[in-house]
Design a binder for this molecule. Structure first.
Ligand SMILES: [Fe+2]
Ligand SMILES: [Fe+2]
Length: 298
């Protein structure tokens, strides 16, 4: 493990959604809802990370890595809770996400959840498979975190400052802990074939879930009639800089598959820590905020 990385720990956060409009990227429901898919996927997905990693802890023989994994678990638990808190605001604005989140809960709780397997090889195979899937997903969350920290066009177009802060606080912590999942995978297994196979699965699933989530939001947005999503819209938003550019997304995957890959080469830790030092949500004036209970409960 690198000695240059500070000790990972969850930060207390507080976000007030009362003034966030439905289309928090003004006049751009497509971009708004494409990014909103994060609020559908992350609560269940990041709690699944936590559940899997708690099972991996006894297999970690490197104390520094164990400390990082514990810090990672704390950060992901707070991320899940913070995104969860956006959902009531969406409901208040007339957009009920329950039909979609029920499917996501099934995916992470049942399909990717614990299975009744005999102890030994079979149960270890399923655990390592999930550790590898998380490493692949974390490659993409680090990519998105780095993108949103640098997405100046979202500021220029007047995006809601609270939503931007949520995304940048989360993105900055994704950049901060970007090496943990890969190093854990290398520590317990590290098979290249497993890395490639699980990346292909994770990337395909993310693309599928993301376009489906965007379509769900656009179809159920009470202010739109016949809201639709298309690859051309995504391409245009990427060119404008309000979403990650499609060529950058497509280039990011193969980097994970290169033999010399290490997440330290993705993103900028100093930039992430600088954002975290000034993020309004991560530096709340009221220290008795609601995510205290998430930290206390992990
Ligand atoms: Fe996260
Ligand atoms: Fe993460």
């Amino acid at each position: 493990m690198s000695n240059t990385r500070p000790v990972l720990a969850a930060r207390r956060v507080s976000f007030d959604w009362a003034d966030t409009p439905l289309h928090w990227v003004p006049g751009d429901p497509f971009t708004t809802h494409t990014i909103n898919v994060l609020h559908l996927l992350l609560p269940a997905g990041e709690r699944w990370f936590v559940q899997v990693y708690q099972q991996v802890l006894p297999h970690i023989t490197d104390e520094e890595l164990r400390a990082d994994v514990i810090g990672f678990i704390g950060q992901e638990a707070v991320h899940a809770a913070a995104h969860d808190e956006v959902l009531p605001q969406l409901r208040r604005l007339g957009l009920d996400p329950t039909p979609y989140t029920a499917q996501v809960d099934w995916l992470f709780g049942k399909l990717l959840g614990d299975r009744t397997l005999p102890p030994g090889r079979a149960s270890r195979w399923w655990l390592w498979e999930r550790v590898a899937l998380i490493a692949a997903i974390e490659h993409h969350t680090a990519f998105l975190g780095d993108w949103v920290l640098n997405a100046k066009e979202l500021d220029r177009c007047g995006a809601d400052p609270t939503m931007l802060d949520l995304l940048r606080w989360h993105g900055a912590e994704e950049v901060e802990h970007r090496s943990v999942a890969f190093e854990l995978f290398q520590h317990v297994d590290g098979s290249y074939r497993r890395r490639a196979r699980t990346w292909a699965t994770a990337f395909s699933a993310l693309v599928f879930l993301w376009q489906r989530g965007t379509r769900f939001f656009l179809a159920n947005d009470p202010t739109l009639t016949g809201g639709r999503a298309s690859l051309a819209q995504y391409y245009g938003a990427g060119r404008r800089g309000v979403l990650p550019a499609l060529p950058d997304v497509l280039r990011s995957g193969p980097r994970y598959l290169s033999r010399g890959y290490h997440p330290r080469d993705e993103g900028d830790t100093a930039q992430a820590l600088a954002y975290l030092a000034t993020s309004p949500g991560a530096n709340p004036t009221d220290r008795t905020d609601r995510t205290d209970r998430v930290e206390g409960g992990r």
